[in-house]
Design a protein around this ligand. Structure first.
Ligand code: GLN
Length: 274
């Protein structure tokens, strides 16, 4: 069997459980071949199928996300390492980067709350000239991934620091200082939500669930933004599509203005807090 035939057969098998069956099959085949997907499509389609391919497809059929199988995910045009300790960066979260580019001051000091892979902080620092900042996370294993990503993108040291902090504990803000731009993709899924098995059985629950309404972490964090933001600073919070009004209200009750930003699918995806 050739690579082309095997990719076609695998995408038919994956179609029952994946919305991106063809892409999944191509990415897993490229991984088995040890090639970039674009190179594979141009020059490997008639080669023999590597023996490791079938096991990768079986993992995907068992609903393991492609990003965990590959150990990486693209975000805003760059690759990031991911492990089971980190949420997989999603295209939806690029909305926060777009919003940040529109409202960051020159050379901002940036804080990423719940940094996970570090994708939001690292992307912001690479896209905004002169930016430097801190990513915090409550998971030591996630921080190792974030540090590896910062290093891989040439940022560790003065420009990016990754710190172990848990905003459910006292004194988590001690010595962080204040910031011009705060990014945050907190857990925001309702505890009772019916998630896809790909997400539910594989991604870290601590990065997903936030109480009966999915609002617990906003209620903890938003009142503290006053102590974390510089004058004129801005916080950009990711939200679930149905949470725009509720999160805006939490912000307004703390004396902030709140503006809802949609994602590419035109669903509410971020709240800009000033
Ligand atoms: N967007 C994610 C999902 O629906 C949730 C991410 C989060 O809770 N921060 O799977």
């Amino acid at each position: 069997m050739t690579v082309a035939e095997a990719v076609r057969a695998a995408s038919e098998r994956l179609a029952a459980t994946s919305d991106t069956a063809r892409l999944d099959a191509e990415l897993l085949m490229a991984h088995a071949l040890g090639m970039a997907r674009s190179d594979m499509l141009v020059r490997a389609m008639r080669e023999a199928v590597p023996s490791t391919f079938e096991a990768l497809i079986e993992r995907r059929i068992a609903r393991e996300p492609v990003a965990y199988i590959l150990g990486k995910q693209e975000f805003y045009g760059r690759d990031f390492l991911v492990t089971r300790d980190t949420l997989i960066p999603r295209g939806d979260s690029e909305t926060l980067i777009e919003a940040a580019l529109g409202c960051a001051c020159p050379a901002p000091r940036v804080l990423d709350l719940g940094t996970g892979t570090g994708a939001l902080l690292i992307t912001a620092l690479l896209e905004i000239e002169g930016a430097n900042g801190i990513g915090i996370d409550a998971s030591p294993a996630a921080l190792e991934v974030a540090r590896a990503n910062a290093q891989a993108h040439g940022l560790i040291g003065a420009r990016a620091r990754m710190l172990l902090r848990d905003w459910h504990k006292q004194d988590w803000r001690d010595d962080l200082g204040t910031f011009d731009l705060i990014l945050c993709n907190p857990p925001y899924v309702e505890t009772s939500a019916q998630l896809d098995p790909d997400v539910r059985d594989h991604e870290p629950a601590s990065a997903l669930f936030a109480g009966p309404e999915g609002l617990d972490d906003y209620r903890v964090l938003v009142p503290q933004l006053r102590d974390l933001l510089n004058d004129g600073g801005v916080a950009i919070l990711e939200i679930g599509a149905a949470q725009g009004d509720a999160v805006s209200e939490v912000a307004k009750n703390c004396g902030f203005s709140a503006e809802i930003r949609p994602d590419l699918a035109k669903r509410p995806r971020a709240v800009i807090v000033r």
